[in-house]
Design a protein around this ligand. Structure first.
Ligand code: CA
Ligand code: CA
Length: 503
């Protein structure tokens, strides 16, 4: 008996010794959150006091961009530390573990688990809920090893309580159930909401984590992803008039290439035309803002739990969004674009090693989170990550970065965001260029002007050299393009050059 006891003690000690002096990581994701965050000034009325306070406590990146403007490829990129043009995952499917090449890839939390960290997750971290290893393999996958994405997996969260039927009129492209927004639930009870439960579970974890090793705790909020339901008090933060609407330019897309429509050709998210005709534009904008403020409050609950815990001084907190969202800009609502509204996201770091009260306006990528957390925590580095540590900027925000932020949406379509410019290159060779200093709304495409030829040339150099085709079983929001025959195929259907743009 004594021998067994000694063995147990040794086993625990050996797993904890290595990581005992390492900081904890609190990793907070927000779904479909664009830069409508108070301190980012993406929307002048956005109220996010808790994220803003965290930004003051640490360093915020005001020019941070996703690597793919869609949940699954963006999150896969971040968690694997590889660009979508390297993973070949661009659509909502497949789940990367079913791709033989990535089935054993060590993800960000797994890398920390391998160093002795306790890892736990709740809510939307990956696209779709990934349970822990206690679950049986899915049908057809018997005999395959079950991946343990996290040691412990908590509540999924998600939408939470739903109204008995949609709150808005029937939407185009099949009246998708997720395309909905408005005040819900009516009894003002936020505790029925999935994101409230995600925050509660995270707070409980903070209060009860094992004390013998550091933690990597991941909390993923679902809102402001559609359906944008929030209780009345969050709507009351915003005026019920047209001052909430974002600025748009009439016929803004007259100077964007036809191919810019191909990357979001036919989707359940309504176009601007529909939300206007159905008097839903203001309602959508207020709903999105209300959800953003609600999620901000949930983040506040978690951060406050850390501050009141024994881990207040040794926990690195990172908050990020998986991609942006349009609310009428460029004639659409939704994601899947290569403009700033579709790619720009909040990215805030706070905690040990992070200089407080800093704002960094240099272009950075979600891809940088993996090497940054390794660097900040002082765990062994990896040579197979495509991001670059942001620790130099977290120490001094003025430290120069040499490369722009790159976003890809299906093979061949890339947005290159430097400090001043946005350059977009589509698979058929068409291009856009915006001067983000003079034209932050990206209204005036300058790509055809000879005087900008050298700027375009400088940005073209950053187009990914690895630009893989879609992996097998890619589906949902996938586009392929064959240059030889000038044929674009959206979700299995050929788009003809003469087809009218769907509205
Ligand atoms: Ca998303
Ligand atoms: Ca325009």
């Amino acid at each position: 008996m004594k021998n067994i006891m000694t063995y147990c003690v040794l086993a625990i000690a050996s797993s904890s010794v290595y990581a005992a002096d390492k900081p904890n990581i609190l990793f907070i994701a927000i779904d479909d959150q664009n830069d409508w965050i108070g301190h980012l000034d993406g929307h002048p009325l956005a109220k996010t006091p808790h994220i803003d306070a965290l930004a003051k406590r640490g360093t915020t990146f005001t020019n941070a961009h996703c690597q793919a403007p869609l949940c699954n490829p963006s999150r896969t990129s971040l968690m694997l530390g590889l660009r979508p043009t390297t993973t070949g995952i661009y659509g909502l499917s497949p789940w990367f573990r079913t791709v033989p090449e990535w089935s054993n890839r060590v993800t960000l939390p797994q890398h920390f688990a391998n160093q002795g960290y306790y890892t736990a997750s709740t809510g939307k971290i990956y696209h779709g809920f990934r349970r822990n290893a206690k679950k049986q393999p899915r049908k057809g996958q018997a005999g395959q090893p079950i991946q343990t994405e996290f040691e412990v997996t908590g509540k999924f969260g998600g939408v939470g309580t739903k109204p008995p039927k949609k709150l808005i009129p029937e939407t185009p492209m099949g009246n998708h159930p997720l395309m909905d927004w408005g005040v819900w639930p009516l009894d003002n009870d936020d505790t029925q909401k999935g994101d409230y439960q995600v925050a509660s579970w995270t707070v409980e974890q903070i209060q009860n984590v094992p004390k013998d090793r550091p933690f990597f705790l991941a909390a993923g909020f679902f809102l402001p992803h559609v359906p944008c339901y929030a209780t009345q008090k969050w709507f009351d933060l915003y005026p019920d008039d047209d001052s909430v609407l974002p600025p748009i330019l009439k016929d803004d897309r007259a100077d964007t290439p036809r191919f810019s429509w191909y990357i979001h050709w036919s989707l359940p998210e309504p176009r601007l035309k529909w939300v206007r005709e159905n008097n839903e534009w203001r309602n959508l904008v207020r709903s999105y803002l209300a959800c953003t403020s609600f999620v901000d409050a949930q983040i506040g609950r978690i951060v406050s739990a850390v501050e009141q815990s024994d881990f207040a001084d040794n926990t690195i907190i990172v908050v990020w969004g998986d991609h942006g969202w349009h609310l009428g800009e460029k004639d659409i609502t939704g994601k899947n674009t290569l403009w700033d509204r579709g790619t720009k996201v909040p990215l805030v770091f706070a905690g040990p090693g992070v200089t407080p009260q800093q704002t960094c306006g240099q272009p950075v990528e979600l891809l940088d989170i993996y090497p940054t957390l390794i660097d900040l925590a002082g765990v062994p580095p990896r040579s197979d990550l495509e991001g670059i540590s942001l620790v130099p900027q977290l120490k001094n925000a003025a430290t120069t970065r040499t490369r722009p932020a790159i976003t890809s949406h299906n093979q061949g379509n890339h947005g290159i965001r430097s400090e001043r410019w946005r350059y977009i290159h589509y698979a058929d060779g068409s291009e856009e260029l915006y001067d983000m200093h003079a034209d932050p709304n990206e209204w005036k495409n300058l790509a055809h002007l000879p005087k900008h030829a050298s700027v375009i040339e400088q940005h073209r150099k950053w187009l990914p050299t690895i630009d893989r085709e879609l992996v097998p079983d890619s589906a949902a929001r996938v586009l392929t393009y064959d240059k030889e025959t000038d044929t674009a195929v959206w979700e299995g259907t050929t788009i003809k050059r003469s087809d009218p743009i769907p509205d």
